[in-house]
Ligand binder design. Structure first.
Ligand code: NAP
Length: 299
């Protein structure tokens, strides 16, 4: 069934998500802080362009958000022209951004006071998953709100899981990020070992990816690193935002994060070198510097 959706945030992820929602027949109004991005998209697909988060929420049954960080979600929700000033009672807000689990609980409680539902529903699967509509979605919130959102989420993802109460989607995403970055460290070390031994790295990856060592990071981002292609699906700056969230939660919960802390330090170094806008697989560049060799001679 087609739904009336307001969508906030047309970044790398948001644009793909909106295209898939429209393709599945939903009626979508968009708002993006940088207005030109909204108009660019409206030339490509059938969306209406709203003037503020408030306007995008007004009269709509669902409001979906995909912006960078916790303060950004707070601003679009509760700022002067925020969603909370225009959203109708009984509507459902779904936050697809990766933010702090405790902030998600706080935002959910504030919206509930207005009789507005809230799901934290961060995603995984990269820019490719957003473009193809094959994201993994990990949701926190009530069973009823999850059931209501499910048909919408099916337009943008293929594995859609209700984890538990509000905040548990974000906590699951933090687990996801530990797995992503530690995996990327292993991918970088393995590729450099192969390069130092003069292996054909494409062949080596093709041989191992179907076995026990296969992973999305190896097949997608490892092969980009071999080619010296560093354009971001997910930037180092955003990755560091997530690792800060991971390390804060781990500190609160008393869980050691040895490898994740190490990767966080390596990304710090890359950020200081002005590389925060590169893709998160450019972690390899920190290792290349230590090894004194490069995966790709010209990159
Ligand atoms: P992005 O390309 O950098 O886009 C960020 C979006 O947030 C832009 O639309 C930006 O607007 C908007 N924004 C930032 N601060 C804002 C503010 N204060 N008020 C209003 N809008 C604001 O990021 P992305 O890669 O799409 O990521 C978006 C979210 O998805 C992040 O939470 C990220 O961690 C998560 N995520 C990303 C990936 C990935 O592979 N890229 C995968 C899973 C999850 P402007 O256009 O005006 O800058």
């Amino acid at each position: 069934m087609a739904s009336q959706i307001g969508f906030i945030g047309l970044g790398i992820m948001g644009r793909g998500m909106v295209k898939n929602l429209v393709e599945k027949g939903h009626s979508v109004a968009v708002w993006n802080r940088t207005t030109e991005r909204s108009y660019e998209l409206s030339k490509e697909i059938k969306v209406s362009v709203a003037k503020s988060p408030r306007a995008v929420a007004e009269g709509r049954e669902f409001v979906l958000i995909c912006v960078s960080d916790t303060p950004d979600v707070e601003e679009v929700l509760f700022g002067d022209e925020g969603v909370a000033t225009g959203v109708r009672q009984g509507a459902l807000v779904v936050d697809l951004s990766t933010i702090s689990p405790s902030a998600a609980r706080r935002f959910g409680a504030k919206l509930t006071e207005q009789n507005v539902g809230f799901l934290d529903a961060p995603v995984s699967g990269g820019s490719e998953g957003a473009a193809k509509g094959t994201l993994s979605i990990m949701a926190g919130g009530s069973v009823g709100d999850f059931a209501r959102a499910r048909p919408i989420l099916e337009a943008i993802g293929t594995r859609i899981t209700h984890i538990g109460p509000t905040g548990s989607g974000q906590m699951t995403k933090l687990m996801n990020q530990v797995l992503v970055v530690v995996n990327m460290l292993a991918v970088g070390e393995a590729l450099l070992l192969g390069r130092a031994a003069n292996l054909d790295l494409r062949k080596a990856v093709a041989a191992v990816e179907a076995g026990a060592a296969g992973s999305w990071m190896l097949s997608q981002r490892g092969t980009q690193a071999i080619d010296g292609y560093w354009k971001p699906g997910f930037t180092i700056d955003l990755q560091q935002k997530d690792l800060r969230l991971v390390l804060e939660s781990a500190e609160e919960l008393g869980v050691p994060m040895l490898a994740t802390s190490l990767v966080h330090q390596l990304y710090n170094k890359l950020q200081r070198q002005g590389k925060g806008g590169l893709g998160n697989h450019a972690l390899v560049q920190a290792l290349e510097e230590m090894a004194g060799i490069k995966l790709h001679p010209e990159a």
